[in-house]
Write a protein that binds this ligand. Structure first.
Ligand SMILES: [Zn+2]
Length: 473
């Protein structure tokens, strides 16, 4: 392998987060009962006329700006002709001759990856193969807006490819252009790979791999395809230019079809749509719609809020978590405490419950209320955790919840002393261990008292009272 350099170019498809489809008014949301989000336009009825979705164009423009790609003042839609059962019109409306933007670059691990172009197009439907050998077609996705980013063959490793896709995902998610979910297909990459022979200085034939929908699969696919091509060359044969399908279960790729050339698609300008003219007003609007990206947020969190880079990275896990943190920091005026509660409680709940922050019931207002209760000692740390968890999962009135469940901190020393006496009676072994000098046992005894108090007693006062009692026994 050492004699070859891997050359990879990507075609990344990004499903744009618009309300409606690219050329009709159908909902572009993910899922839905099969074939309920369709109309004559996206189902390919004869005579139905497409109309360009302005919001999709705006999102394409924002993407082009973020990738430093030159926006064409006038671009055009073209028909790419091919038959497939998930493509009812027998052509896809895309941009071939005059794409939305040309050029561009992204800095990946210190190296410049050049963008060739960005164009807008529509997605195809989805086929579903039943176990009994039938194939069903669902056209809900047909016509959903896509932006396709075509890179130059500048990647040299799977590491660079995944790093680029992570950067890209952050850009589209933080810009609000796409939800960037690979598992739902809203970010998909086709990998073009060839080997450059450094001894003979010759470029090899490239193959295209489709159907890659996770970083892990991309990594495996790149490694396996590079090895396969090196093997073919070593045997003195030539690599066939073809499209290969990556099989996730077998961790291997298979020839799908000979690589079609542009001429095979008989591209021609879409006669039902005017050229797409990008006005100054649209460019201004794209500028105004631009949002703060993840690296800028991280920088602000360290510079303005004085957080560590680690905290800044964790808090910007997704835009909703970052938004919750910022709102809480402004409300409480305490960025460090806010960061701490988001990191320890909110991110834990996000993971444990599987509910993303955007779908949770927690608000910065509720969190601030809970933090204030803790700060004034009206609730204990354990109760604080419980309250946050409950508020995360369902609509909760905090004071009501505390009252009904009797969660106010117990400040009655006599009650605590009574529990301590019980524990000392029930645990003669550990008590004598403690008295003979085993100080560690104190934590156990403290835990027993807290259990009786159901977490509502202040640990410091319990500790003091416990020591006092043990000292007297
Ligand atoms: Zn439609």
């Amino acid at each position: 392998m050492s004699r070859y350099e891997i050359m990879i170019g990507l075609e990344v498809h990004i499903e744009l987060k618009t309300r409606t489809k690219m050329f009709c008014g159908c909902s572009a949301a993910f899922g839905g009962e099969p074939n309920t989000r369709i109309c004559p336009v996206c189902a390919g009825y004869p005579g139905a006329l497409p109309m360009v979705n302005r919001d999709a164009v705006m999102k394409g423009l924002i993407l082009a700006k973020e990738l430093h790609s030159r926006i064409s003042p006038s671009s055009r839609f073209d028909r790419k002709n091919y038959f497939y059962p998930d493509n009812p019109k027998s052509y896809q409306i895309t941009q071939y001759y005059r794409p939305l933007s040309l050029g561009g670059e992204v800095l990946v691990k210190g190296r410049k990856i050049r963008i060739h172009e960005i164009h807008l197009e529509e997605d195809a439907g989805k086929l579903f193969h039943t176990p009994d050998g039938r194939t069903l077609v669902n056209l809900n996705r047909a016509g959903v807006p896509l932006a396709e980013i075509v890179t130059e063959p500048d990647f040299r490793s799977a590491d660079e490819v995944t790093a680029f896709l992570e950067i890209l995902r952050d850009i589209v998610v933080y810009s609000g252009i796409s939800d960037g979910k690979m598992q739902e297909g809203s970010l998909r990459a086709d990998v073009n790979l060839s080997l450059y022979d450094t001894e003979n200085q010759t470029a090899g034939t490239r193959t295209e791999m489709k159907n890659l929908n996770s970083f892990t699969e991309i990594r495996h696919a790149v490694e396996s395809e590079a090895k396969r091509q090196a093997r073919i060359i070593a045997e003195g044969k030539t690599v066939t230019r073809e499209t290969r399908r990556w099989d996730e279960d077998l961790r291997d790729s298979f020839s799908m079809r000979g690589k079609e050339e542009a001429a095979d698609y008989r591209y021609f300008p879409e006669p039902d749509l005017y050229p797409l003219r990008i006005t100054d007003e649209m460019l201004r609007e794209a500028e105004e719609q631009r949002r703060e990206l993840r690296p800028e947020k991280e920088k602000r969190y360290t510079d303005v809020f004085g957080l560590s880079l680690y905290d800044a990275e964790v808090l910007t896990d997704d835009p909703e978590t970052a938004g919750l943190f910022e709102a809480l920091a402004f409300r409480t005026g305490d960025p460090k405490a806010s960061a701490s509660v988001i990191e320890t409680e909110i991110l834990r709940l996000k993971k444990e419950t599987g509910i993303p922050v955007s779908a949770s019931r927690i608000t910065d207002e509720k969190l601030a209320e809970i933090l204030a209760l803790r700060k004034t000692g009206r609730i204990t740390g354990a109760v604080m955790k419980e309250l946050i968890s409950v508020c995360y999962q369902k609509e909760t009135e905090i004071s009501e919840y505390i009252r009904i469940n009797g969660l106010q901190t117990i400040q009655d020393d006599d009650a605590i002393r009574a529990w301590i006496s019980e524990v000392i009676r029930e645990q003669p072994g550990p008590v004598s261990e403690f008295l003979s000098g085993k100080e560690k046992v104190l934590m156990f005894l403290l835990g027993q008292v807290m259990k009786k108090a159901r977490g509502r007693a202040d640990a410091d006062s319990v500790r003091a009272l416990l020591l006092e009692k043990l000292g007297n026994s």
